[in-house]
Ligand binder design. Sequence first.
Ligand SMILES: C[S@@+](CC[C@H](N)C(=O)[O-])C[C@H]1O[C@@H](n2cnc3c(N)ncnc32)[C@H](O)[C@@H]1O
Length: 415
Amino acid sequence: MGDSVKFALRSDTLIKKKVNFLKELGKNKDINNSDIFIERALNDKSSIVRREATSSLGRLRDPKYKNVFVKITSDKDPKVVMQAIRALLAIGVTNKELRYLESLKNHKNEMIQASIRERQHHKTGNKNHKDHPGYLTNVTVNASTIEVMELIEDESVHLTFTSPPYYNARDYSFYESYEDYLDFLEACFKSVHRITKEGRFLIVNTSPIIVPRLSRQHSSKRYPIPFDLHNRIINNGWEFIDDIIWLKPEYSVKNRVGGFQQHRKPLGYKPNTTTEMLMVYRKKTDKLLDWNIRSYDLDIVSKSLVKGEFETTNVWKINPKSSKDHTAIFPKELCERVISYYSYVGDLVYDPFAGSGTFGATASKMGRNFFMTELDKGYFNVIRKNFINLDLFQKQEPRFYNLEDFKRAIHDFNG
Ligand SMILES: C[S@@+](CC[C@H](N)C(=O)[O-])C[C@H]1O[C@@H](n2cnc3c(N)ncnc32)[C@H](O)[C@@H]1O
């Protein structure tokens, strides 16, 4: 064994001994040991020892050591600082000390910032969290999503799930450039952020797309939409949570591999694309998910529990749906999973690019309220027609507006 290894082992054993000693001493809660705790908490080389000494001093719960704990909050090790903060809060702080603690929300370390913010948030209630503005209940507006969102107050919706237009790959939308398209989606998800309740989710379904080639002299162009969109979303207040892969059977997707099947020449390989992404984001907050969950009454929690089998992986095998109503319709099963895993009964869920309205209709059947926007008059009429055929047992009948009628409805609602 080399000298340096021996020394490391020796100092490791010494640290353990010191920690055990301080722990035992701390259990006695004897004020006569306070000098030992203070000396070790402020001066020991090992931060494990400093933390234990701080903890033992904290156990004395004696206000006369509060200035020592304040001193310890300058420790280099965030864990020691957290221990000192805990001790101060347990003893009880004056307004001046509280202001000092609150200033630590600007501490360099993110764990310390979060613990201070978390504490502040615990003081603020979340009793309105489960409610939403009545003028949005089961409403579909035939207008452009951003224009509609501008009319809506902050923190109105609980969940957004959507499949935006696929750049210029389908007929229903046109953008002058890919950059314009990304700018538009960025602005859209920024608005969604504003109208989303604190700590709630946004799920964006996209996939890389191909804009077909103009002629045999040109090549088709592939756009990696989810990857290009991701930074624009997280730069606007969303926190990345999960990437879910929607896996479709190979027979259901466009065959791209046929040419390679014949010629087998490297570089010409183009796999069949059987996946789409569901990117899951949460509106940034220091509050834990538990804070969101606690806003619901027990009976809502119990009604919303995800019963029986559920998907345990981030690969969701779901057959796509084809329909005469829309070229890119959500399968009902996809909506059901999103709704049951990311919302509670009675929530307001939003689809900014509603298409044929599958998300809203499914949400309604699952006891949620929906809000949707769809630009195309033809699709808007499809949504309306489909709802007439649904028996939804909702307290609020579905309502369909153009932009002007929607403005009037908000005005009437607000009296
Ligand atoms: C991919 S499709 C959504 C299909 C939908 N998930 C379904 O289940 O039917 C995108 C939809 O967004 C609509 N759209 C495009 N631009 C829009 C905008 N600015 N505001 C609202 N809807 C828009 C299109 O008309 C299209 O129906």
